[in-house]
Design a protein around this ligand. Structure first.
Ligand code: GTP
Ligand code: MG
Length: 197
């Protein structure tokens, strides 16, 4: 897919305030600081479209962008950010889960996982929750530039075997680096294939 236009539409703090669901939508989610906003910028070939930060908890609202005037791309707040109060964490979780459960035009959720880590309970729980609620998703490993390819491959296999304990089939899996701009084509091809417009 060639990205001709990528425009910010709005930030919302409730799913009810998101733009009218007039086009297919693809959202990026994952733990705080996993690299959601950076990956969006790399995919869109745009340095500053989504705001990024070295400090976790940067994205706190639901951010909508329109790509090629034909589909929505959504940057979501991270889950599991330890340094905010419990009630704030619950508010974030409610915002995210309400958005996912109610957004009628959501075609796919890209769940981002840091490729450096062993399977984390919070990610596995979130993936299970998606399964229980029949939410279509793919898994995207991030920050692949930080480790040797052999180590990445081992970590990805470890993750897959963890998921295969409860899942019969695995969804699409992508290995990416926003820094080196690698692995994004697979994601854009998937969007082209599933985008009805
Ligand atoms: P929140 O909005 O806080 O939930 O974070 P986020 O998931 O949007 O992460 P963000 O894109 O802001 O990136 C967090 C940090 O990781 C920043 O310091 C980025 O520069 C860094 N980062 C993101 N992607 C990569 C990558 O592919 N490689 C490397 N080396 N660093 C990355
Ligand atoms: Mg962000």
């Amino acid at each position: 897919m060639v990205i001709k236009t990528a425009e910010f539409v709005k930030s919302s703090d409730r799913w009810q305030d998101c733009p009218e669901p007039t086009m297919p939508e693809y959202a990026f989610i994952g733990r705080s600081n996993v690299g959601k906003s950076s990956l969006i910028n790399a995919l869109m070939n745009h340095k500053y479209l989504a705001k990024t930060s070295g400090t976790p908890g940067k994205t706190q609202l639901i951010n909508h962008f329109v790509i090629n005037e034909s589909w929505f791309l959504t940057d979501l707040p991270g889950y599991g950010y330890a340094r905010v109060s419990k009630s704030m964490r619950r508010d974030f979780e409610k915002l995210i889960t309400n958005y996912i459960l109610n957004r009628k035009n959501l075609v796919n959720l890209f769940i981002l996982i840091d490729s450096r880590h062993t399977p984390q309970a919070i990610d596995i729980e979130f993936i299970e929750w998606c399964g229980e609620n029949s939410i279509p998703f793919s898994i995207v490993f991030t920050k692949a530039d930080k480790l040797k390819p052999t180590v990445i491959a081992k970590n990805v296999e470890h993750y897959k075997s963890e998921l295969l304990k409860t899942w019969e089939d695995l969804p699409e899996v992508y290995v990416t680096s926003a820094e080196k701009k690698t692995g994004g084509e697979g994601i854009l091809d998937f969007i082209t294939k599933t985008n009805e417009f």
